[in-house]
Design a protein around this ligand. Structure first.
Ligand SMILES: [Zn+2]
Length: 104
């Protein structure tokens, strides 16, 4: 947490650091005694992006290097999930038409 207190724009008092509910998640922020809440902008942004990818499906084309097929992970997904080149993920068949990829 960067700031201990934050001046409330509604009442002018100092809002104190608190754990706040935001879109189904708990994030850091500030709560004022007047009831006003201020969310940590970076954490709030991350939750918004995360909720966005949960509702999306990505149609991607398989690539190939030698005999191996390549699955390309869209940038939007890798950024939100924090995936990087060289990282290991767990891949397994999940039925005849399903692949399951699990991140560490
Ligand atoms: Zn206030």
């Amino acid at each position: 947490m960067k700031k201990e207190g934050m001046v409330c724009v509604t009442c002018g008092k100092t809002a104190k650091t608190a754990k706040l509910r935001f879109q189904g998640a708990e994030i850091d922020g500030w709560r004022c005694s007047c009831g006003e809440e201020y969310f940590d902008p970076e954490q709030a942004q991350r939750i918004l992006l995360f909720n966005k990818i949960l509702t999306k499906e990505y149609k991607i084309k398989l690539g190939q290097i030698r005999s191996n097929l390549i699955v390309r992970i869209p940038t939007e997904l890798s950024e939100v999930l924090g995936l990087h080149k060289g990282e290991k993920v767990l891949l397994r068949a999940d039925g005849e038409k399903k692949l399951h990829i699990e991140t560490a």
